[in-house]
Design a protein around this ligand. Structure first.
Ligand code: IYR
Length: 228
């Protein structure tokens, strides 16, 4: 088979009620997803992480270049190193290093309801940290030269599919974006043309895990959609 060949595509028939029930079931399940900042040490099998990354890797992407790389961290040494580097950035962000916060007053106020600060214990407690990289170059053959397209869009969709799969597997996730994130490139041994996009922490919620009430405020359909 050559890349320019065309193949038939169809989806299995489905009664409308079944379609509706399937859409509703996924919608209801996803509505129970929360960003979790408190993990237990309970292990998660590597096979589940592999399945979730394969699901993410099936995302649509610009020219099908699949411009993503998932660096998966589970060793306590690497997790500690990542936490230390991330917390150093976060202390500057929140102004907890004694200097002026890099985040402006507006940003700090917006984060108020979340109750976040520079302390990131979840980076050590969560059994898995998936560091997501966006490849600015490389193409499908990862040659490090070919231009990639719609990189942020493509990797964003892949991350959504990663989170969806992990949630369906009954696991808690946290998308964490210490800023700036350049240190992740060195820590994960990734090349210069890859941009760290986010860290996805994965595990089981701690028995006493909580989420901010603010997280339950979701915009209604009337607000997020218009029908033209
Ligand atoms: N990276 C910081 C700040 C932060 C920013 C946003 I926007 C959030 O939704 C949550 C946190 C931190 O992790 O604390």
């Amino acid at each position: 088979m050559k890349d320019h060949d065309r193949l038939p595509y169809s989806l299995p028939p489905m009664p409308e009620e079944e379609r509706m029930a399937a859409a509703r079931a996924i919608r209801e399940s996803l509505a129970s997803r929360r960003t979790c900042r408190y993990f237990s040490h309970a292990p998660v099998p590597r096979e589940i992480i592999e399945q979730a990354i394969l699901a993410a890797g099936s995302a649509p992407s610009g020219a099908n270049h699949q411009p993503w790389h998932f660096a998966v961290i589970s060793s306590s040494n690497k997790k500690r190193a990542l936490r230390e580097a991330a917390e150093a950035e976060e202390r500057r962000f929140y102004g907890e290093d004694g200097g002026k916060a890099k985040a402006g007053q507006d940003w700090l106020e917006a984060l108020g309801p979340l109750g976040t600060d520079a302390d990131k214990p979840f980076l050590e407690t969560a059994p898995w940290l998936i560091v997501v990289f966006a490849q600015r170059k490389g193409g499908i053959d990862e040659d490090g030269k070919t231009q990639n397209y719609y990189v942020n869009e493509s990797v964003g969709i892949a991350c959504g599919m990663l989170l969806t799969t992990l949630h369906a597997a009954g696991l808690a996730t946290l998308t964490h974006t210490p800023s700036p994130m350049g240190f992740l490139r060195e820590l994960c041994g990734r090349p210069e043309h890859e941009k760290p996009l986010m860290i996805v922490a994965v595990g089981h919620p701690a028995p006493d895990a909580t989420v901010p009430a603010h997280a339950l405020r979701k915009k209604p359909l009337e607000q997020i959609a218009s029908w033209l």
